[in-house]
Each structure stands twice: as C-alpha cells, then as structure tokens.
Design a protein around this ligand. Structure first.
Ligand code: CMC
Length: 434
C-alpha cells in the first residue's frame, strides 16, 4: 500500500521505528502508527482526534481548507443541483449512480418498508408527553434491534443492504411519530403514493379530519437539506456508530448510539441552538456586537452557535447552499415577519462575525447548522425536531459507514488506550479507619 515511510525516533534511547506513510486519493498523507507500541512501547496521544485518521474509507471526502465536500467523488454542489436524496442514498450505498430502473427499484423498496411494526407504535405511549423527540428517537431506533435480529447476519452483504433499506425507510416514520406523540396528535401512517420527503411532511402535519397535500416547495427544500446532511466522513456520531458496530453489535443499536452522539449542541444539536440564540438576540434588543463580544470572552461559556467547525477552516460548502435555499424558500413562501427577522439577524450576525478579527484569525465561518433551522421553522417544524431531521438525513451515512467497516476484513474492534494520570497502588483502608 505504501513505498514511503516515516521514522519515529525516541531521542532519549536512540531507538527508532520506521512506519508506512500512505498516500490517499485526496487529502493529507497518513502515518500508520499501528506498530509504534509494539516497537517502542509507547502509545500515541491525540485527544479529540485532531490528527488521527481512525479508518480508511472510500465514501466521503472533505477538504476543510478549501471548503470541499464530495460523496463517492461527486461534489456536493452537483448533487444538490441535479440529484435527489434517495439517489444520493443509492450512490452512497452502492458506490455509483444508479441507472433509471435501478433507481426506480430502490425507491420502490424504500417506499414499501416505511411502516413500523404495530408493537413499535405502542412504545411511544411509554414516553412522557414532554420528552425531547431526540430522546424518543434514540429509544425507538434502539428498539428496532429487538425486532430485527433473528435472521440477521451482519457479515452478509445482502443482510446489511436489507438493514440499510429498513433504516432509510422507517426513519421518517419514527421521526414524525416522535413529533405527533409530543403534541398529542393522532399517529399518521405513511402513504406510498407520496415521495420520500412529501411522505414525511404528510406524517408530520396531516390530520385525519382533513385532506392534506404536502407543499412541493417544502418537500423539495427538505430533500435538498437531506442531501446536504447525508454523510460527513468520520464526525463524532459516525465514529460512534463505527465504534459501537466494531464489536459486531446489532446495527440498529449502533445507529441509536450515533443518534445520541449527534444530539449534543456541539454537533447536530447546533441547529436548534442557533435558532434559540437568534430568538434571544431579537428579544434582547441589544446590539449584535454584544453577542459577538460575549462569544469572544473566554470567561463566558457563550459561543456563536452555528459558527466554527473542526475540519472546515473555510466557508462550510453546505452552509453556502443552505443559505441560498433559505433565501429562496422565504421568498417563495412569503415569509412571516418573524421568520424574515430571524434570517435578517442571522445575516447581520454573519457579517459582523466575519469582519471580526477574533473570528477571522480562527477561521470561524458559518457551518451547516447556521441557516438550516430558519428553513425548518419556515416549514412549520418545531425547534426540538430540527436535530431529529438531521438524524433522519444522516442515517444513510451512518449505515453506509457501518457497512463499509463490516466488509473490511482488516477492521478490528475499536479499543483506544489512554494516558493514565490517576493514583496507583493505593492500599485499601477499611471504612471505619478512613
Ligand atoms: N464561537 C466563539 N468561539 C469559537 C467558536 C464559536 N462558535 N467555535 C470555536 N471558537 C474558538 C474557540 O474558543 C477556540 O479559541 P482559542 O483558540 O482562543 O481557544 C478556537 O475557536 C478553536 O475552537 P475549538 O473549540 O478548539 O475547535 P473544535 O474543532 O474543537 O470545535 C466546534 C469545533 C464545532 C465544536 C466549535 O467550533 C463550536 O463549538 N461551534 C459552535 C457549535 C456548532 O455550531 N456546532 C456545529 C458543528 S457543524 C455540524 C455538526 O458537526 O454536526
């Protein structure tokens, strides 16, 4: 795999180890440190994985310096313009774009797996009415592992494909039911005549008492947002899915662990946090600069939500596209004054931050979550559902990454080590003598 090497030298003993240096098809070269412990007796230390490639993968490429994102080699801009979410799912899973009949079959199969087992539907009744829909989603996706385990062989590619179909198909149903439960609204079954995103809107918003026709503008915008969230390399939630799955765990349980990781405000939870922040700014009546100053103050935990990214040190290419969709949608839908005010505040905040030395020096740009929440609000989606939609879209990425790992014969259970700095060799003191 590699002709190049890197030599790591221990200056105190003079001992050296020469390790392979791999050249990827794109991105920085990678030092294979797998033999360092065996040869030198040392671990490597990289909290937060700042310099660590945790696996090799052929699914998604991103160049944070240039603001590039590609799925299976196709730039995200091209897919956003020409493709659909389900075609992108096909591409990610199969490593190529489908022929027309292949795509039709794929869509047909996904459409026919959207129902949940009736027993699953009763699970929802066990959640408190005010439960966060992400909590419900973690529980319900984990619960799928109790429904699909008997005949599943995770080492069989066909079974993995069936798992992928089940997840992609059922996720919108699980997501919409989380919302219906929290709102005390009757559960709505999927309708096969609708496309993927129309069906989600139908399950979210239709009432048994009235005809409901999903708005095609909203369905199209949602489809685009789903494309942009479909995969993102080895981020926190994807790495969680891989780590959980590396023990040969049930894939539904592994994906549930990814949903849990996504929930935090530093990751997928940021879309909800951004809108809450924009509302706070508008309500406060204070100048934007006050919030920018707070974000810069190291004694204040406040951060500009939707700004900054571990990998992008340039404008997040997804944020660029989402900003356009946001403008377009608010324009086409004749936004309410409140929605327009949120967008105006977001744009003004972006401008102030991008001209501020602190943000410029640290390469802090708007990320994917900065504008998406405003679009969701315009769709009538409540704030606590934003991250649920992110999870619904990212499911294809998680399951494709899991499947890639399972098909890699060299992959092992993930088992990091540590730099231990706790106490050692203490002598137990009986409780009455402490
Ligand atoms: N507001 C103010 N300062 C920030 C921000 C921010 N949003 N983001 C980073 N910084 C500062 C940070 O304080 C640090 O400054 P210094 O070098 O002086 O200590 C510097 O920029 C580097 O930040 P970091 O926290 O060390 O970088 P990281 O790669 O560990 O964190 C991040 C990345 C996304 C967690 C962080 O930028 C952040 O908390 N952003 C806000 C939350 C957010 O929008 N998350 C969504 C991420 S994109 C979608 C996704 O992953 O799901």
């Amino acid at each position: 795999m590699s002709d190049e090497t890197v030599t790591i030298r221990d200056n105190s003993t003079g001992k050296e180890v020469t390790v392979p240096l791999y050249t990827p098809t794109a991105g920085p070269k990678v030092i294979d440190i797998g033999s360092v412990y065996k040869e030198l007796g040392y671990f490597t230390y990289d909290p937060g994985f700042m310099s660590t490639a945790s696996c090799s993968s052929a699914i998604t490429f991103l160049d944070g310096g240039e603001g590039v994102l590609q799925y299976r080699g196709y730039p995200i801009e091209q897919l956003a313009e020409n493709s659909s979410y389900l075609e992108v799912c096909y591409l990610l899973l199969n490593d190529r774009l489908p022929q027309k009949d292949e795509l039709d079959d794929f869509i047909n199969t996904v459409t026919r797996h959207t129902m949940l087992h009736e027993a699953m539907i009763r699970f929802y009744q066990g959640f408190r009415r005010d439960a966060h829909p992400m909590a419900i989603m973690v529980g319900c996706v984990g619960a799928l592992s109790a429904f699909y385990h008997d005949h599943m062989d995770i080492h069989n590619p066909e079974h993995r494909m069936i798992t992928a179909f089940r997840l992609i198909a059922k996720m919108p149903t699980i997501a919409a039911l989380s919302y219906r439960h929290a709102n005390g609204k009757p559960f709505v079954y999927p309708r096969n005549a609708l496309n993927y995103t129309e069906n989600f809107l139908h399950m979210m918003f239709s009432m048994p008492t009235e005809e409901y026709t999903p708005n095609p503008l909203l369905a199209k915008a949602l489809d685009l947002i789903m494309i942009l969230h479909a995969d993102h390399e080895q981020n926190a939630s994807t790495s969680t899915v891989r780590l959980a799955g590396s023990s040969d765990a049930n894939p539904f349980a592994a994906v549930a662990s990814g949903i849990a990781a996504l929930w935090g405000p530093a990751h997928g939870g940021a879309n909800e946090a951004v809108v809450r922040m924009l509302i706070d700014i508008n309500r406060s009546g204070k100048p934007l600069q006050d919030f920018v100053d707070r974000a810069k103050d190291k004694n204040d935990p406040f951060r500009l939500m939707g700004f900054g990214h571990r990998v992008y040190k340039n404008y997040d290419p997804r944020a660029k596209l989402i900003r356009e969709i946001c403008h377009q949608l608010l324009n086409d839908m004749e936004a309410t004054d409140e929605q327009q005010k949120l967008l105006d505040t977001a744009m003004a905040l972006e401008k102030v931050a991008l001209e501020d030395e602190y943000f410029v020096e640290r390469n802090l740009y708007p990320n994917v979550d900065f504008y998406s929440g405003i679009i969701f609000l315009a769709m009538g989606i409540p704030m606590n559902m934003f991250t649920v939609i992110f999870a619904m879209a990212r499911t294809i990425g998680w399951i494709t990454q899991w499947s890639e790992m399972m098909s890699d014969e060299t992959s092992k259970i993930g088992r990091p080590r540590q730099l231990y700095n706790g106490a050692i060799d203490l002598k137990y003191v009986p409780i009455d003598q402490r």
